[in-house]
Design a protein around this ligand. Structure first.
Ligand code: PLP
Length: 479
């Protein structure tokens, strides 16, 4: 493919994607295909000869599109959002076009420095404590990870390294492996699966402490667990607090957990993968009260901000902690000596290679502006509140817990079985996509405003489908 063919193919794809966004309501949110459909449709071997891009587009439309779940559909209300916008797609294209690998400053100075700049911008917009920012006088800073899962694992590995060093310094006779075997991490039983997985991958016991009836991990629960473990000779090392749990968007009280971690010298990592974007708006910042006690914080720009996957924004208070844990030298990586202010980002993450992800964050922040991003968050919350109002007006339903952010959990008053049946019936029709959760041991349906394209009429449509299926269930019961 030469540059001219690239221009043609590229224009066709941009046109197609623009029309896709305009006409997304023409598609069912869920595809009507069976497992193995694409394996059967595509050849078993790669083509021997080069093919024409027009044939590729034809097959894309005929074979790929029918198997796509439309995450940007206004009827996608499952999980949490997958951020996207034209501005971000353009940023990604620029990044792919340059195809640089920015593991060190020298490997591409702009890749490193734009990441520093955009992470300072975003950190300021979220009103994070200044110590987290590269532009402060201290050693803090931001880094774009691929996912919140990676950020939580990075936090755990750094906490492990730091704790082992501390114990070895105080007691040089201690055996490193014995210390490692005694380390314990804590989070709540409402944590995302990735937090539990970080414990598995980092070989550290991750204790899932019981959250209270509202899904929050309370200070006294953490304190009790720490005391108990210390009395058994274990070493508390890492706590993951959840600001916006995946199930019900509950917020752990950082102002309770934080002082305990500070007192015990435990690394406190904040997982605000979804809800962190709300701190753009001053009215939600009370939910991060106590943040100053944390050592690391992550929010996924690729969730609730209109930035395409992957763009997980992580900040640490002390960049030296992270570089000390992950610094491995080779002669071929030995380039310009950088400082904590101009980081070699390979020391801040698990892989060596890294994409120019800051470009899409930059294009999004510039095209939207801080005001545009705040409006996006506020509108999505308003739409969720509108949906909650519709549900409340129907006596067959109950909402619980009280909706937070753009998530509404609801169920039928007549119990878990019928609520489960309702969700199954709705999913089968493929018009609206939601998933289940639990609240106070009850089965609930989670309804999240996900797509940036969702309008009030779309919420009306989703609700009309939910109501229609509910009517059908009740009329079947009567007959
Ligand atoms: N933490 C929370 C609270 C989440 O809701 C999710 C995903 O939904 C994650 C972590 C995992 O995010 P990622 O897919 O970026 O690893």
């Amino acid at each position: 493919m030469d540059a001219n063919q690239f221009r043609e193919f590229g224009r066709a794809v941009i046109d197609m994607l623009a029309s896709y966004a305009e006409n997304i309501r023409d598609y069912d949110v869920l595809p009507s295909v069976e497992p193995g459909y694409l394996l059967r449709a595509l050849p078993e071997s790669a083509p021997e000869q080069p093919e024409d891009w027009k044939d590729i587009m034809k097959d894309f439309n005929q074979s790929i599109m029918p198997g796509v779940t439309h995450w940007q559909s206004p009827q996608f209300h499952a999980f949490y959002p997958s951020g996207s916008s034209f501005a971000s797609i353009i940023g990604n294209m620029l990044s792919d076009g340059l195809a640089v690998v920015g593991f060190s400053w020298m490997a591409s100075p702009a890749c490193t420095e734009l990441e520093v700049v955009t992470m300072n911008w975003l950190g300021k917009l979220l009103d994070l404590p200044e110590e987290f920012l590269n532009c402060s006088s201290g050693p803090g800073g931001g880094v774009i990870q691929g996912s919140a899962s990676e950020a939580t694992l990075v936090g755990l590995l750094v906490a492990k390294d730091k704790t082992v060093r501390r114990f070895m310094n105080n007691n040089p006779d201690l055996d490193e492996n014995e210390i490692k075997a005694k380390l314990v991490a804590y989070t709540s039983d409402q944590c995302n699966s990735s937090v539990e997985k970080a414990g598995l991958l980092g070989s550290m016991k991750m204790k899932l402490l019981k959250a209270d009836a509202d899904g929050c991990l309370r200070g006294e629960t953490l304190k009790r667990a720490i005391e108990e473990d210390k009395s058994q000779g274990l070493i508390p090392c890492y706590v993951v607090a959840n600001l916006g749990t995946t199930g019900t968007c509950a917020f752990d009280p950082l102002h309770e957990l934080g002082p305990i971690c500070s007192e015990e010298d435990i690394w406190l990592h904040v997982d605000a993968a979804y809800a962190g974007a709300a701190f753009l708006c001053p009215e939600y910042r009370h939910l991060m009260k106590g943040i100053e006690h944390s050592q690391s914080f992550v929010t996924n720009a690729h969730k609730w901000l209109p930035v395409n996957f992957d763009c997980s924004a992580m900040w640490v208070k002390n960049g030296y902690d992270i570089t000390r844990a992950f610094d491995v030298q080779r002669i071929y990586l030995d380039d310009v000596k950088t400082t904590i202010k101009i980081p070699d980002y390979r020391h801040w993450q698990m892989p060596l290679g890294r994409r120019f992800r800051a470009l899409k964050l930059w294009t999004v922040m510039r095209i939207y502006g801080a005001e545009g991003l705040k409006t996006h968050i506020r509108q999505q919350i308003e739409l969720a509140q509108y949906f909650a109002k519709l549900v409340r007006a129907d006596e067959r339903f109950v909402i619980g817990p009280e909706p937070t952010m753009a998530l509404v959990c609801f169920r039928l008053k007549d119990g878990d079985t019928i609520t489960r049946q309702l969700l199954e019936n709705i999913t089968q029709k493929k018009k609206v996509f939601m998933v289940a959760g639990t609240h106070r041991d009850r089965y609930v349906i989670r309804f999240v405003i996900c797509s940036r394209l969702t309008k009030k009429e779309d919420v009306d449509y989703s609700w009309s489908q939910i109501k229609k299926e509910t009517d059908l269930i009740y009329s079947d019961k009567i007959h």
